[in-house]
Design a protein around this ligand. Structure first.
Ligand code: 0A1
Ligand code: ZN
Length: 883
């Protein structure tokens, strides 16, 4: 049958269900099929009798007909596996009920009823980590997107908002701490058991429900809001981890203050709890008043966490906190609107981190993530608009497109409106839609009305997938600089013949003699092609374009190498300067990898790169964090993206060779840089972070030019390290060099930190990401290590995601890297489908590779597709990737 036309049941209408759908072809859910739910659920009462192996839940739902929806004789309560123990309607038998697939459909004759459902579940058997599960002796929940239905039968959709009252009871010895959303309103003891009752006054969708029960300790603090509300703050962890929670707590307080100052948002409960759990599918979850976090984004101290880890904690703490308004107070009408909360919240967390640290460096990092994760998605088989039109498994749409491109799209609105007007728009949005389940359209309309923008054409950014390509030409005619821009929005699966979109590009025109410009300007390209004239130029200026990365596009232009050298030296926009430096290297590496460079051109190219890098090293106006960015080479993955039918082996060789040349040519300068950096003592200041970044960067160049010397230097840095940034940086370089130092320090690292799971994760991933020639054997051996387990997503990611992003290993000419990842997907799928499906996109890049590798990648996808009983998650990703 035509799967694309399979009717779906977002409106809870049982007649629409299609029982004949093959298990291998889960139905497609379509955005255009949305209808409001036929029932309201004003109040929900949950009674949990908690146990690790068995938990019993009594759910009492007050339901009323929704006057805004078409009446139906039934209510559809979604389920995903809970055992139905009993069902009552208004205290007695229901008029009728039936199971429709996993859902429970109950007949209701009147306009308002009370439904009581008793279910039983097995938390310790829940390896998918969705719903209620056991982790390290504690119980916790993950309900976004559709996990609540694994606990009880419920209208598990984000537009059904309910007020929750929850009683939790269980053995005091196992679960001394009982936490839920909102405020604790009562508690008591009953022999060895105890209980707590929680009430959340804010109506919420089921995906924001959470509970935690376990043996936990808290770092406690408080925050006084702008209107004087005293909020109790707790960061809950296992005994022994408390010392590593200071940074998380400080980040939380900074987030609360920042959201008041920058977005005018105040916290709305008396309590804010954060709980760290070690088994978690994602980074963290914004459950109302009870955020559940992956330990990775809570625990940090200098001994065990890198500077990057510290930044990650601050960013994710901010992200989840900001969701309280962009996500919780205003939630999503349906999952197609996911970017409404995620794109906006990512933008908010990016702006927060920019304000807390170095604005340009944060911008560069965010763009690197976008280019590394989202651009490939947008140019591959999994491309989708930030507001998708259909899905089979919503977990597959927690993507870089929905999150990071979503943030870029809103950032463009902010750029076009200006900060002040944008704030008027967001104020209006929060005002207008507070308490609602809203749509992306609601957000756009609020920005239009509040900021005074016309976003009619801009809406295309929500519906069209694909990264626009902007071609740029600059000419000089009669005293004017003439800029011609044209755009193409490429075809993507299911979308062709796209319309031009408004692309806001910040530009500056530099005078060649003075190396100055007369002001940055914003040009908006909103047609296929347009020309912009700038008077007052006696000669052709040098163009700096897409400054601050004002639009998420690729720029193609024929720029002289000398102009890139000029911009790399003089551009006053740090992002554009970084971009010029990267373009210089990317241009060279792409041409070299394609075999387009003769000896002379190759020599001239490397000379320009070395000269530009030398001036970066010598520029005293730069801080070291920024200097580190300017000195970094483009990643192999990014270079691969620029080439059709890429040959990873060739690119790897060219990149290593350029690295070696730089290391040799700049040996003395880099050495002096290292000595200067080495003298800076550990602190969390920007200066000290910059110094640490430079040290490891110097080791990276040395490793390519003089591996034995580099191994000694790295071992020295490792031994002297008083912090994880230096130690991990040194070990990262050592893992790629076959040497005695490598073996000794890897062993030392493991023995030193074997009791700290997050650091052991680093040990796994450093080896999986290494440039060592035997990386595949190493990964296979590590998979047999006593500390490796498929049950913990952090551990799986540290080994296998590390490997999948290591082009050197994953793209090994033998094809063994592809087989390894396919084997992993097949083994992991029944255990944790969500995590398994996240490995599919790496194989999905097959169309971009040279023919031999391309065929081998495709073959592995076909092998996965042929496996019996694939999860919905993996099935969808594999079929789309092959498609
Ligand atoms: N809303 C969370 C992300 C998230 C999504 C699904 C999850 O299920 C395992 C967990 C977390 C955020 O954006 O932070
Ligand atoms: Zn989020």
């Amino acid at each position: 049958m035509d799967i694309a036309r399979t009717p779906t049941t977002p409106d809870g209408n049982i007649e629409m269900a299609d029982a004949a759908v093959e298990p291998k072809a889960p139905p497609e859910i379509r955005r255009e099929d949305y209808t409001p739910f036929a029932w309201l659920v004003p109040a929900t009462r949950l009674d949990f009798e908690l146990g690790i192996d068995k938990t019993r839940i009594t759910a009492t739902l007050e339901v009323e007909r929704n006057p805004a929806a078409d009446p139906t004789p039934t209510i559809r309560l979604n389920g995903d596996g809970p055992k139905l123990v009993s069902l009552k309607c208004d205290g007695g038998d229901c008029a009728g009920h039936t199971m429709d697939g996993d859902d429970l459909v109950v007949t209701l004759e009147g306009d308002s009823h009370t439904i009581e459902i008793v279910t039983e579940i097995e938390p310790s058997a829940n390896s998918q980590l969705m719903g209620l599960y056991a982790s390290n002796g504690m119980l916790c929940t993950q309900c976004e997107s559709e996990g609540f239905r694994r606990i009880t039968f419920f209208p598990d959709r984000p537009d059904v908002l309910s007020t929750y009252t929850v009683k939790m009871s269980g053995p005091k010895a196992l679960f001394p701490i009982l936490l839920c959303n909102g405020n604790k309103v009562d508690e008591g003891s009953d022999g060895d058991d105890h209980w707590a009752e929680w009430h959340d006054p804010w109506p919420k969708p089921s995906y924001l429900f959470a509970l935690v029960a376990g043996d936990l300790v808290a770092r406690n603090d408080s925050f006084t809001t702008m209107n004087g509300r005293e909020v109790e703050l707790n960061v809950w962890v296992r005994d022994g981890d408390l010392e590593r929670t200071e940074h998380a707590m400080e980040s939380l307080k900074r987030s609360m203050k920042w959201d008041e100052e920058v977005f005018g948002r105040e916290y709305d409960l008396d309590l804010y709890n954060i709980v760290a759990v070690s088994d978690f599918n994602m980074g963290a979850m914004e459950n109302k008043g009870l955020n559940v976090f992956n330990t990775k984004y809570v625990l940090a101290d200098p001994e065990t966490a890198t500077d990057g880890d510290f930044d990650g904690v601050e960013g994710v703490i901010g992200h989840e906190y900001f969701h309280n308004w962009s996500g919780n107070r205003i939630t999503c009408r349906d999952w197609f609107q996911l970017s409404l909360k995620e794109g906006f919240t990512v933008l908010r967390d990016q702006l927060f981190s920019q304000d807390m640290g170095s604005e340009p460096v944060k911008r560069i990092e965010d763009v690197r993530v976008l280019r590394g994760a989202q651009f490939p998605e947008d140019s591959g088989p999994l491309a989708h608009p930030i507001r998708p039109d259909s899905y089979r498994e919503i977990s597959n749409f927690y993507t870089a497109t929905v999150y990071n491109k979503g943030a870029e799209v809103i950032r463009m609105m902010r750029t076009m409106a200006g900060e002040g007007a944008f704030r008027k728009g967001t104020d209006l949005y929060f005002d207008r839609h507070d308490g609602e389940a809203a749509t992306c359209e609601d957000f756009i309309k609020s920005i239009e009305d509040g900021a005074g923008l016309d976003l009619t054409q801009f809406r295309l950014w929500y519906s069209q997938a694909g990264t626009p390509r902007v071609s740029v030409e600059l000419a000089h005619e009669g005293g004017e600089a003439v800029l011609t821009l044209s755009q193409v929005v490429p075809d993507t699966p299911g979308q062709t013949g796209k319309k031009p979109m408004p692309i806001p590009l910040k530009i500056a025109l530099f005078d060649r003699e003075s190396a100055e410009h007369s002001g940055e300007q914003l040009v908006v390209l909103d047609t296929e092609s347009d020309t912009f004239r700038f008077p007052g130029f006696a000669q052709l200026p040098v163009l700096s374009i897409n400054r601050t990365f004002s639009a998420p596009v690729t720029i193609s232009r024929n720029i002289e190498r000398s102009d890139l050298v000029f911009l790399a030296r003089h551009d006053d926009d740090p992002f554009a300067r970084y971009e010029a430096m990267q373009d210089l290297m990317v241009g060279h590496l792409v041409a070299a990898s394609k075999g387009e460079l003769g000896d002379e051109e190759r020599a001239a190219g490397t000379t320009d790169i070395v000269t530009a890098l030398r001036s970066v090293i010598a520029d005293e106006a730069l801080d070291d964090l920024m200097r580190g960015e300017l000195l970094s080479m483009p990643s192999q993955t990014y270079i691969m993206e620029q080439i059709e039918a890429a040959d990873p082996g060739r690119i790897f060789e060219e990149r290593e060779s350029l690295k070696a040349t730089i290391g040799t040519e700049l040996k003395d300068e880099l050495h002096r840089l290292y000595e200067r950096a080495e003298a800076v003592p550990y602190s969390q200041s920007a200066e000290a972070k910059g110094a640490r970044k430079l040290k490891t960067l110097v080791l990276v160049y040395a490793a390519a030019s003089d591996p034995q010397k580099a191994a000694e230097l790295a071992a020295h840095q490792y031994d002297r390290a008083d912090n994880m940034t230096d130690r991990q940086g040194a070990l990262m370089v050592l893992t790629g060099i076959d040497s005695a130092e490598r073996t000794g320090r890897l062993l030392d690292f493991y023995n030193r930190y074997r009791d700290n799971a997050l650091v052991v994760d680093k040990w796994f991933s450093l080896q999986a990401m290494s440039l060592h020639p035997n990386v595949i054997e190493h990964v296979k051996a590590l998979a047999q290590h006593e500390d490796f387990t498929m049950k913990n997503p952090n551990r799986v990611r540290s080994l296998y995601m590390g490997f999948a992003v290591n082009p050197h290993g994953f793209h090994a000419a033998s094809g063994e890297g592809y087989r390894l990842i396919a084997d992993l997907i097949l083994e992991l799928d029944p255990i944790n489908a969500q995590t398994a499906a996240r490995f599919v996109p790496s194989l999905g890049r097959w169309r971009k590779m040279e023919p031999v590798r391309s065929a081998m990648m495709r073959e592995q996808l076909e092998r996965i597709a042929a496996a019996p009983k694939l999860s919905r998650d993996t099935f969808e990703q594999v079929t789309r990737s092959l498609g």
